[in-house]
Design a protein around this ligand. Structure first.
Ligand code: RP5
Length: 160
């Protein structure tokens, strides 16, 4: 199997159902990835080690999904120069609004690209990762064009 180009991280195994939307996109585009549970709060050392080692392993983009007081994306961003895409997860009584604010409101100098809450955000995180990788990969550019064309065709074919 090829070396991973994307890291998909999530704060809990309970986030997997949402984050699989990102991994499905990477499967569709045949982009190799590493997917694992890493918690900013429950396994802080593992999380920082992963962030520090990712670039050296050839990973080019990180996707981080977390709910509640969502610090995973921010902690990863603190320890790497790789782009970090955050996915706020609707796993708390606040239905992801807490995670959205925690993910999007990074202080200046430590960017996290925040997606929408939940499955749509995870899917788009996968697509943004592919878009970043596609800048140096014409094969991925062609697949992105085909993906957009297929979406358009689907809408155009709707008969009400
Ligand atoms: C966050 O707390 C995780 O990302 C998850 O969304 C949420 C709840 O985690 P569990 O209590 O289900 O493990 O850290």
């Amino acid at each position: 199997m090829s070396a991973p180009k994307v890291g998909i991280l999530m704060g809990s195994v309970s986030d997997l159902g949402v984050m699989q939307e990102a991994s499905k996109i990477l499967d569709d585009f045949e982009v190799p990835y590493d997917i694992r549970v890493l918690s900013a709060h429950r396994s802080p050392s593992l999380t920082t080690d992963f962030a520090r080692d990712a670039e050296g392993r050839g990973i080019q983009v990180l996707i981080a999904g977390a709910g509640a007081a969502a610090h995973l994306a921010g902690v990863l961003a603190a320890h790497t120069i790789l782009p970090v895409i955050g996915v706020p997860i609707d796993s708390s009584p606040l239905k992801g609004l807490d995670a959205l604010l925690a993910t999007v409101q990074m202080p200046g100098g430590v960017p996290v690209s925040s997606m929408a809450i939940g499955k749509a955000g995870a899917r788009n995180a996968g697509l943004v990762a592919v878009q970043i990788l596609s800048r140096n990969d014409t094969g991925l550019q062609d697949k992105l064009r085909a993906y957009k064309a297929a979406q358009q065709k689907k809408i155009e074919s709707i008969q009400l």
